[in-house]
Structure formats: C-alpha cells, structure tokens
Write a protein that binds this ligand. Structure first.
Ligand code: CP
Length: 316
C-alpha cells in the first residue's frame, strides 16, 4: 500500500477531503468524544532524528482513535547502533505494524523505506527534503483562519534552503493558486530546482531579503527556524543566525486577519511578545497536528471517517 512521501501523493480533491475529515474529527482530537475508528491497528513510530510535535501528535492521533503505537525510541538504545541498516529495520517494523511514521536525516529515506515496505509510510521529514504531514496541518490551520486556501498571499520566511516544511508547503500552496513571497538571507534562498518546478506549475513568486516590507498585505506569514544542524560550516551559520526576529511592534500595519505560523520549535525568530497578539497561530497549528494526522491515518488505513462524528462517537 502506498503512503505519503511528498504532497505529489495527494490530489487537490484528496487534500480537501482529508481536511474535511480532520475538521469533523476535532471533538475526538480534543478528547471530548470517543470514536475508536482505528481499534486493533498499530502505528510504528520510527524517528531517527529528534522530534517533539510530529512524533507525539502521531502517537496522540493513533491513541485518540483507539489504536496503539510502538516506538523505536531513542536511536541510541536501538539496534541501529549495532549497525542495522534502514532496509533491515523497515523489514522488521513492517511485520510488527499496520502503518509507519518515519523521520530520517537523509533526503529520500522515506521513499527508500516505502519501496521495500508492505505497509504505508508517512514521511515525517526526510533531511532537507519533504514534510507532507506538516503541510496537511499547515493547510488545515490556514483554511481554519481564512475559510479557504485559494488565492491567499503567503510569506515564507527564514531558512528556505534547508527547511523541509516550506518545501512541501510551497508546492501545495502553488496548487491552490496562492501568491508566494520567499523572504530569506541570500545564503538560505529556496533551492533553484524547487523555484523552477514551482514556476513551471504557474507559481507567482517574489524573492527578497526584506521580510518586513512584505508583511503589509500578507494573509499568512510563515516563519521558520534556521536549521543549524544542517550546516557543515559553523561560520556560515553565524552569518545568518538571527536574520529575522519578529516582534509585536512589527505588526502595526499588517492586515487584521493575517496569521503568523511556525512549524516550531522556534529559537529567536518570533519574540514572545507576538504570542499574545491576535495574529499568533503557531500553538493552535501544533495542536492541529493531531487532527490532521488522525485524518491521514484513517485515509491511509482505508478507514472512512463518518459524516456525523457526533452521532457515531460516545461521550466519556
Ligand atoms: N514541526 C515539527 O516537525 O516539529 P518537531 O521537529 O518537534 O516534530
């Protein structure tokens, strides 16, 4: 069965259907309603790189739907340290589980895993490659705030070179005719092959180093962390560290309904003064990881989300 490796694995119609499923599952994600759609199913969490949100929200999503989870846990206490290959690890976990969520430092690792797995693989981030389940929760958050995805102006800011969340998200937003602004230091520009591909698909893109002048008519500002761990040269990192530091004082002229998003974790690119403004959406966005991943787990396991969740579920 095929999984979700990049956003190309979903049509626009499938994206909308999954977002609709996610919306109906909100009371289940919040723990207000019990609906064990995935009872008897097991998710394997294979995280070869650190994660808080992706790993925990997958686990929460599975458990809220009555399923169970087995974890590789800390790579240092697994047989990976004895030299076990990714191929062999996947052969084992494939037999133990019904679906696998995986994060790996190597770009292309999720596709490699899918090629030899019987069960669907959900790519939870492959190096500087893709992070499609993050994109689904990002799209859910944008639609929740603006009531639509089409035709919005979205500013993606920070580390566009190594940030896999913005790679996946910019592909999806192009398919919904959004106008994109890529704001980054020169060293961290969006990779040329991605820009070319987006433009070939009709993307309207502005590239700039000046984030602040692009905020006024934005519908969404999507900040990202500079991915220190992907730099081979610390001096290069030092040149761009702290490039953008969004403060509440920078938001005086923005649209009233503009939302600020961030995949998190943040370092210093969003000052805590922003948290109390009407624009901050990053903590709700992180919560939306549960509901988006619930809908994705159902989709890939072939389980229909009932149209009337309130009627099918039971109170605690
Ligand atoms: N957004 C995200 O991928 O967060 P984690 O690295 O904590 O999973």
């Amino acid at each position: 069965m095929s999984g979700l490796i990049t956003m190309d694995d979903l049509t626009n119609e499938e994206i909308i259907a999954i977002l609709d499923d996610a919306e109906r599952l909100l009371p289940v994600a919040k723990g207000e309603l019990y609906l064990p759609l995935l009872q008897g199913r097991i998710l394997g969490n294979l995280f070869f790189e650190p994660s808080t949100r992706t790993r925990m929200s997958f686990e929460t999503a599975m458990k809220r739907l009555g399923g169970d989870v087995v974890n590789l846990g800390d790579v240092k206490t697994s047989s990976v340290v004895k030299g076990e290959t990714l191929f062999d690890t996947i052969q084992m976990v494939d037999g133990y589980t019904d679906i696998i969520a995986m994060r790996h430092p190597r770009q292309g690792a999720a596709q490699y895993a899918q090629d030899s797995a019987r069960v669907p693989i959900l790519n939870g981030g492959d190096g500087a490659g893709h992070h499609p389940t993050q994109t689904m929760l990002d799209l859910f958050t944008i639609r929740q705030a603006h009531g639509r995805l089409d035709g919005l102006k979205v500013v993606l800011a920070g580390d566009l070179r190594y940030g896999r969340t913005v790679h996946s998200l910019s592909h999806a937003l192009t398919r919904f005719d959004c106008e994109l602004v890529f704001a980054s230091p020169d060293l961290l520009r969006m990779p040329r092959d991605i820009v070319s591909d987006l433009e070939a698909h009709g993307a309207k893109i502005t590239e700039t180093e000046d984030l602040y002048s692009m905020m006024k008519d934005a519908d969404v500002i999507y900040m990202t962390r500079i991915q220190k761990e992907r730099f081979s040269d610390e001096d290069e990192y030092a040149k761009v560290a702290g490039a953008y530091k969004l403060h509440a004082n920078d938001l005086n002229d923005v649209k009233a309904n503009m939302i600020i998003m961030h995949p998190l974790p943040r370092v210093d690119e969003i000052h805590p003064s922003v948290d109390a403004t009407r624009h901050a959406r990053y903590f709700e966005q992180a919560f939306n990881g549960v509901v988006a991943r619930m809908a994705l787990l159902c989709k890939l396991l072939g389980v229909s989300v009932p149209k009337n969740v309130e009627k099918e579920g039971s109170a605690f």
